[in-house]
Design a protein around this ligand. Structure first.
Ligand SMILES: C[S@@+](CC[C@H](N)C(=O)[O-])C[C@H]1O[C@@H](n2cnc3c(N)ncnc32)[C@H](O)[C@@H]1O
Length: 254
């Protein structure tokens, strides 16, 4: 696994504190797509458990998998009784048990592309649902976004995670929907957006940036300089656009 994929553990506490959680609309979206009760789920890259809690709180029995020990330690602090946690990367999961839902929240792009879809399909019951969701936290005010871009530029060109298959941001179907559409193992690929606007204090926004992998790749002194430069241009409270893009697909039954 790349150093960037495993960069989150060092900052697990900040991750739990500053990253937004997932809204109930997302659970409803997945369940409406499933069209039948989903009782069991396997989560890929559960991190500190933000999406684990979304599904567990609605009564789904979850096997939450996560390769990073520090992230898993945070998750284990809040784990509800209907969740079992397992320390494992997606690539190391052995199929055997199958689930009604396999999902990944802001984690699928860290998994290896080779064998991704056969591995996911092997973990699903026939007609079981695969869901991947995530989204960038973006500054909603264009003037603030531009000021932050300029403050960040000497340290980091972009803090976004590029599309794993190079799909352009303007394309109607985004990754991983693009890959799912090409996989013979899945059908009925859908993409949906859950709109979300949030407000954060400037320190909380910088706290959020302290969990973003692009910054975590910088040497610590440069990283701190970048946060200081950004802090200087932020208003007291920042408007955030944190839309969630979800991709859904169903495992073929044969
Ligand atoms: C951006 S965090 C998302 C955490 C959580 N799902 C959430 O939405 O808050 C990405 C997670 O993917 C995990 N990860 C990295 N490589 C992975 C892999 N190969 N298989 C499974 N998880 C992986 C990281 O350890 C990290 O916890």
């Amino acid at each position: 696994m790349s150093a960037r994929a495993l960069s989150f553990g060092a900052t697990a506490k900040a991750y739990e504190r500053f990253r937004p959680g997932y809204p109930k609309e997302l659970f409803d979206l997945v369940m409406t797509y499933a069209g039948r009760p989903v009782r069991t789920a396997l989560e890929i890259g559960a991190g500190t458990g933000k999406a684990t809690r979304l599904f567990a709180d609605q009564g789904v029995t979850i096997t939450a998998t996560e390769p990073d020990a520090a992230m898993l330690a945070e998750l284990n602090k809040t784990v509800p009784p209907n969740v079992t946690t397992v320390r494992a990367a997606f690539e190391d999961l052995r199929s055997g048990e199958t689930y009604g839902l396999v999902y990944a929240a802001a984690a699928l792009h860290w998994t290896r592309p080779e064998g991704r879809w056969s591995r996911a399909a092997a973990l699903l019951e026939p007609e079981g649902v695969f869901a991947s969701f995530g989204g960038q936290v973006q500054l909603a005010d264009p003037a603030v976004a531009e000021a932050v871009r300029a403050a960040r530029a000497p340290f980091l060109e972009s803090d976004e995670v590029p599309s794993p298959d190079g799909t352009a941001p303007g394309e109607e179907m985004q990754w991983p929907g693009t890959e799912l559409q090409q996989s013979p193992l899945f059908l009925d690929v859908q993409q949906a957006v859950v709109k979300r606007r949030l407000t954060m204090s400037a320190p909380d926004y910088v706290g959020y940036l302290s969990t973003v992998s692009a910054y975590l790749q910088l040497p610590p002194p440069k990283r701190q300089q970048a946060y200081n430069a950004i802090t200087r241009v932020l208003p007291e409270r920042v408007e955030i656009s944190a839309d969630i893009i979800a991709h859904l697909a169903r495992r073929r039954s044969e």
